[in-house]
Structures are given as structure tokens and as C-alpha cells.
Design a protein around this ligand. Structure first.
Ligand code: TGC
Ligand code: FAD
Length: 384
């Protein structure tokens, strides 16, 4: 059922190996505890060095920067397995790899890359990525956070909201407008005077993930904090493309976990003297879930191929992120229903995944934002 269309045949041995290694880790170290951690609202920080050793942080980067030179497909499959455990776990890795590390790799100086990336790959330095603000989410170009010149350095003022890993991070990659109104990226060590982070504790979704508000009050930065190659909104948006790619795969993992549990449950749950799996309506529901999963797998796989061929365009990533996040949410809701009353308990996986997927459907560009990115691409009209 996990591979109904035989798609594993298209994967290279090292990609299958990467997936199996992370799958085993998630089965042993995450799934038995995920409901408890989620309910308690804690992120399992003790797993961070192990995740580093598994190679899930920056796997596609060259070895000199701590990566493994892995394929995009291997990266995607690792994200799939992490999200089978919990979206919060995948989110941690997405932000570390696709957002913070990628921003430094793509826009940083050689010194910045050597200073941060190998330690980030090992999980010794944790990063977050501050783009969204209280009044600028879908439209990040409207951000207010800004820098001014002071001597040879910079002074940063403003605030960010909904920042994953904010209270865990040693460094924040912060996007701010320079005196000319151009968006630039800065590496801000979180122990810099004037930086503060406040964790958001009211979430009914992504409870296993740390989400924070960041405040910058006259934060003085050396010129070396600037990511020198960053210039304009396209810089942070290019990082989002990397993370959205991982989400397209991750959503498959959450959906597979729900499908698997629902199928098992319906085979053993007896009502009216027979397993509910032996009723036509339940079978239709399970097949509808499988059909969505296969659609999601096909999109992720083709996106992986485009990534490897260097042909991936960001509207293509938008379609996969949009449809796979929404597809997984629908699968999780259907699974929840099939488990009846048990479906609302964190003793089972669907409700936790469904609640998490509400965030996945929203962050990294909402369903509507991606619809408009794709619409603009194919119709040539900007409808934002
Ligand atoms: P627009 O004119 O579209 O773009 C400005 C420049 O950027 C280029 N560009 C991209 N480049 C690479 N990748 C992308 N995805 C890109 N999207 C746009 C574009 O070609 C242009 O380049 P140039 O050279 O012509 O200047 O700017 P706009 O202001 O119209 O943007 C609109 C929009 C909606 C596309 C964009 O702002 C957007 O994507 N909004 C959604 C914001 C978002 O996704 N935020 C996510 C924050 S991070 C997060 O949620 C992390 S969650 C944790 C986790 O991942 O687990
Ligand atoms: P808004 O932009 O206010 O949107 C509200 C509604 O209006 C949405 O339904 C949207 O689709 C709709 N809308 C907006 N514009 C249009 C339009 N033109 N046409 C039609 N509909 C429209 N951000 C980071 O920078 N870093 C992070 O690490 C990070 N982690 C996150 C973790 C969590 C748990 C959450 C919930 C969010 C996180 N985010 C992060 C922020 C996330 O990216 C934003 O929440 C998201 O981009 C949406 O922005 P918003 O919340 O301001 O909603």
C-alpha cells in the first residue's frame, strides 16, 4: 500500500537507503513518543545530535560544508520519513536545512559558510529563519524590519512572528530592509544584545515544534553579519523554494502514516458482527485516501526528477506544495473519521497529523498564495 504504483523502481539504491535509514530512526525513536511530546508541547531536543548524525541537515550541500552531496530526491525522501513521525520534526529540519543553511550557502561569504555550515550540519548550531512579521505574512515585501548604517556596521530594529525554532536557535537568519528599501539577509547570533525571542504557547497545531516571536531592539551587527550576495525579495523566496520542495515530500509521509493506521484499524474494528473494512463505504473511503496518496507521490517524485535535472521552476514547486499539503490534510481528516471516537485521541495518529497539517497548509505560502503564483505563471496576469 505504501508503494501502490511501484514508484520505488525509479529510485536509486542510495535514495532508498537514505529513506530506510530515516524511516528506521523515526519508527524507533519518534513514533512511540510523538503523541506524548505533541500533547505536552515539547520538541525532543535530545534527538538533534542524532538527526545531525543521520545527515538530515543540509544533505544536498557539498561535503566541504558538512553536506553529503546527496540528490534532491534523497533529501525529499528524508523529509517524507521525518513527517511520517510528526510535521514538527520535519519542520525543524526544513528550517535548519532548506531555510537557514541554504540562505548561508547561497548568499553567504566563504567565511560565513565555513564558520556555520559544518556545525549546522551536525546540529551543533541551530538556525531559524525570520521572514514573516505580525503584519506581513503572505506579502513579505511589506515587511517593516529594517537596518540602518552605524559606522562600518548595521543596527537592526523590528519584529518577526511565527518563527520556527526561534527559542532554540543559536543564529537567526533575519530579512530586513536596508536604507534604500532593499531586502537583505543578516546572520544574527541570538545572544546579541537587543535580540529577544518569546515562544508562542497557544498553538493547537504543530505542538511538537517551537514557534516564536523575535524582537530586535537596536541590535548592533558587524558588517560581516550581512549575507553579501542577498539582494531583494527574490533572495528569501529562493530559500522558500528549497523548503517547499521538502514539504511536498513531507506531506506524503504524514498521509501515509494516516492511511496505514486507518487501514489497520478498519480490519480489526468490529461493528454489526464484521470488520468495518468489509463494508463498501469504508472501502471507498480507504481507496479515496490511497488515490490521494498516489497523486501526491507522483507529484513529489516528478518534482525530485526536475530538481536533479536542474529544471525545477518555482511555480512547479508551488503546485506540489499546494496540492500535497491539502491532499495530506484531507487524508488525515478521512482517517480521523474512520477511527470514530478513537480518532480524536493522540493515542492514534490522524488527529495529530490533521492538526499539524492545518499549519503545513498555511505556512511556506498559503493554498491561495500558491494558487495565485501558478495562475500568474500560466495566465501571465498578476492577481495578488
Ligand atoms: P514577486 O515579484 O513574485 O517576486 C520577487 C522576486 O522574487 C522572485 N521569486 C522567486 N524566486 C525564487 N523562488 C521563489 N519561490 C520565488 N518567488 C518569487 C521573482 O521572480 C522576483 O524576481 P525579480 O528578479 O523579478 O525581482 O514578488 P511579490 O511581492 O509579488 O511576491 C508575491 C509572492 C506571493 C509570490 C511571495 O511573496 C510569496 O511567496 N508569499 C508567501 C510568503 C511565504 O511563503 N512565507 C513563508 C515564510 S517561511 C515559513 O513559513 C517557514 S515554515 C517552517 C517550515 O518550513 O517548516
Ligand atoms: P495572511 O497573509 O494574513 O493571510 C490570511 C489569509 O488571507 C490567508 O488565507 C491567505 O491565503 C489570504 N490572502 C492573503 N492575500 C491574499 C490574496 N492576495 N488573495 C487571496 N487570499 C489572500 N514564517 C517565517 O518567516 N519563518 C518561519 O519559520 C515560520 N514558521 C511558521 C510556523 C508556524 C507554526 C506557522 C503557523 C507559521 C510560520 N511562519 C513562518 C509564517 C507563515 O509563513 C505565515 O503564517 C504564512 O505565510 C501566512 O501569512 P499570515 O499568517 O500573515 O497570513
Amino acid at each position: 500500500m505504501n508503494d501502490f504504483y511501484g514508484l520505488d523502481r525509479d529510485l536509486a539504491p542510495e535514495e532508498l537507503q537514505a529513506r530506510e535509514t530515516v524511516r528506521r530512526f523515526v519508527d524507533q525513536e519518534v513514533r512511540p513518543h510523538a503523541g506524548k511530546w505533541w500533547q505536552e508541547g515539547v520538541f525532543p531536543t535530545h534527538l538533534i545530535p542524532k538527526l545531525g548524525a543521520l545527515g538530515v541537515f543540509g544533505p544536498t550541500l557539498p561535503e566541504e560544508y558538512g553536506g553529503a552531496g546527496a540528490s534532491g530526491m534523497a533529501y525529499g525522501l528524508m523529509m517524507q520519513e521525518l513527517e511520517r513521525g510528526d510535521s514538527g520534526l520535519r519542520s525543524f529540519a526544513s528550517v535548519q536545512s532548506g531555510l537557514a543553511m541554504y540562505a548561508i550557502y547561497r548568499y553567504g561569504s566563504e567565511e560565513q559558510k565555513r564558520q556555520y555550515l559544518p556545525q549546522m550540519a551536525r546540529g551543533e548550531i541551530i538556525g531559524c529563519f525570520g521572514l514573516t512579521e505580525p503584519d506581513a505574512g503572505s506579502d513579505p515585501g511589506a515587511m517593516r524590519t529594517h537596518v540602518e548604517r552605524r559606522g562600518s556596521g548595521w543596527v537592526l530594529n523590528g519584529a518577526k512572528r511565527w518563527i520556527t525554532n526561534g527559542n532554540l536557535a543559536h543564529i537567526a537568519v533575519v530579512w530586513a530592509k536596508d536604507p534604500e528599501g532593499i531586502i537583505r539577509g543578516f546572520i544574527v547570533p541570538t545572544d546579541t544584545p537587543g535580540f529577544s525571542a518569546r515562544e508562542i504557547h497557544t498553538k493547537a497545531s504543530m505542538r511538537m515544534s517551537v514557534t516564536s516571536e523575535l524582537y530586535f531592539d537596536q541590535v548592533e551587527l558587524a558588517d560581516e553579519a550581512l549575507l553579501p550576495a542577498s539582494k531583494g525579495l527574490g533572495s528569501p523566496l529562493s530559500c522558500l523554494t528549497q523548503a517547499r520542495f521538502g514539504i511536498a515530500f513531507g506531506a506524503v509521509g504524514a498521509a501515509l502514516d494516516c492511511l496505514q493506521e486507518a487501514a489497520e484499524y478498519t480490519k480489526t474494528r468490529i461493528a454489526f458482527g464484521r470488520p468495518i473494512a468489509a463494508t463498501q463505504m469504508v472501502q471507498e473511503r480507504i481507496v479515496d485516501m490511497l488515490s490521494r496518496v498516489v497523486n501526491m507521490q507522483l507529484k513529489a517524485l516528478q518534482l525530485g526528477r526536475l530538481y536533479q535535472a536542474g529544471m525545477m521552476r518555482y511555480p512547479q514547486v508551488s503546485l506540489a506544495k499546494r496540492d500535497n499539503a491539502r491532499g495530506a490534510l484531507e487524508v488525515a481528516r478521512m482517517a480521523r473519521e474512520l477511527l470514530g471516537g478513537n480518532g480524536i485521541s493522540v493515542d492514534y495518529v490522524p488527529m495529530r497529523h490533521a492538526a499539524n497539517l492545518e499549519t503545513v497548509d498555511t505556512y511556506e505560502g498559503t493554498y491561495e498564495v500558491h494558487t495565485l503564483i501558478i495562475g500568474r505563471d500560466i495566465l501571465g496576469e498578476n492577481a495578488f
